[in-house]
Design a protein around this ligand. Structure first.
Ligand code: TRP
Ligand code: SF4
Length: 367
């Protein structure tokens, strides 16, 4: 079965190895020892694939100027799934690279049909979370897609000459005028840092969820076509697996009962986690006899994504498959940790929000 990657639709990826093979994405296992710093996302293969990240790392170690660009579509409140990119940025920022984040308010308006004010508010919420999670305020740059400079929009116009409708259909399936604009806007996000007026960064890495690969492929094709005219190079990318929602499907703000939002009341978080789907058996007796199935368990995912101590993960895994610990106890253990993390985070979030800082670091669109 072929995997369909629709960045605007529902993506169900059950087999990430297949994805690598089908789309020619490279596995991150081969770049592990080239990373100057380690993060458990890489060793646990949460970040599982990349395109040309090895070249980006080589440029970095040569001392070339490198940058990271990613984006967030502000179509709902920020949840644990979004935190992943922020955590990746925090890791990459330790390497002292230039970091820029696009708030894709144009995309949320066009494709998700949100009101402008909502897209802006969700965007500001996300920025606040990014800072509260620990991104360096002095070294992280944010912009709204509807509020950039002329040169950024000029790219969108130039790009449109060198792409055909059938190419877009081959990448995205059915496409509309709005989606075409959203796609070219995202390519401008990805490539604009290469222009001198935006810093002239020729090595740009884009960390994203795997559903964004179609945009990366388009950006790489367009970069090739503008190599002569604008001196563009292909951008690199790295892909993470999605954290699943508490019902085992993708975590999404459209199914709020199964997502953990960063501003959720902590009692609600507890309730959501206690109601979550696990890989446990029908009865306690059965579970003691057969053991649980961590690969099918949304609670186990929480451990994998949020606990950086490997020996703790191994213990949880073994206790589960050997039937030594039942799901109730296992849930209790992670609930306490997630609550601690969120409590601290929410405190910082509200401090930043009250400080009036946001107005200084990002230009807010005026309509
Ligand atoms: N389309 C992305 C999303 O849905 C957001 C985005 C916009 C983006 N521009 C980008 C991601 C540039 C990476 C790079 O989340
Ligand atoms: Fe999941 Fe823990 Fe239950 Fe195993 S014991 S199925 S990891 S909740």
């Amino acid at each position: 079965m072929t995997i369909k990657l629709d960045p605007w639709g529902y993506v169900d990826i059950s087999d990430y190895d297949k994805l690598l093979e089908q789309f020619g994405i490279q596995s991150t296992s081969i770049i592990l020892d080239k990373l100057p710093l380690k993060h458990y996302y890489f060793t646990r293969r949460i970040v599982f694939g990349h395109r040309d990240m090895d070249k980006w790392l080589e440029a970095y170690s040569r001392g070339d100027r490198v940058a990271v660009l990613t984006g967030f579509m502000p179509s709902g409140h920020t949840h644990l799934g979004h935190l992943m990119v922020i955590e990746e940025l925090k890791f990459l920022q330790k390497m002292n690279v230039f970091i820029k984040i696009a708030i894709a308010d144009a995309e949320a308006y066009i494709v998700r049909r949100l009101e402008r004010t909502d897209t802006i508010n969700y965007g500001l919420e996300y920025i606040t979370h990014a800072l509260a999670w620990g991104l360096d305020l002095d070294k992280t740059f944010f912009y709204f897609q509807t509020n950039n400079n002329t040169d950024y929009y000029r790219l969108i116009q130039l790009f449109s000459r060198k792409v055909t409708l059938s190419e877009l259909e081959a990448i995205y399936g059915e496409i509309s005028p709005g989606k075409i604009i959203a796609a070219f806007t995202q390519v401008s996000d990805i490539l604009h840092l290469q222009l001198d007026c935006y810093g002239g960064y020729k090595y740009v890495l884009v960390p994203v969820g795997a559903d964004q690969d179609p945009h990366i492929r388009l950006a790489r094709d367009i970069a090739d076509r503008f190599e002569q005219e604008l001196g563009f190079k292909r951008p690199a990318s790295m892909y993470h697996k999605f954290i699943t929602g508490l019902d085992g499907n993708k975590m999404s703000s459209s199914r709020p009962d199964y997502a953990i939002f960063l501003l959720d009341d902590l009692d609600i978080v507890k309730k959501k986690i206690f109601n979550a789907l696990t890989g446990g058996r029908a009865t306690a007796e059965e579970q003691r006899r057969l053991g649980g199935e961590p690969s099918k368990c949304s609670i186990y995912q929480l451990y994998m994504y949020f606990i950086d101590n490997d020996s703790e993960i191994i213990e949880v895994y073994n206790d589960c498959i050997n039937g030594k610990v039942l799901c109730g106890v296992c849930k209790k253990r992670i609930v306490d940790k997630i609550i601690d993390i969120l409590k601290e985070h929410q405190k910082r979030y509200y401090e930043i929000r009250e400080s009036d800082l946001l107005k200084k670091i990002v230009e807010i669109p005026n309509f």
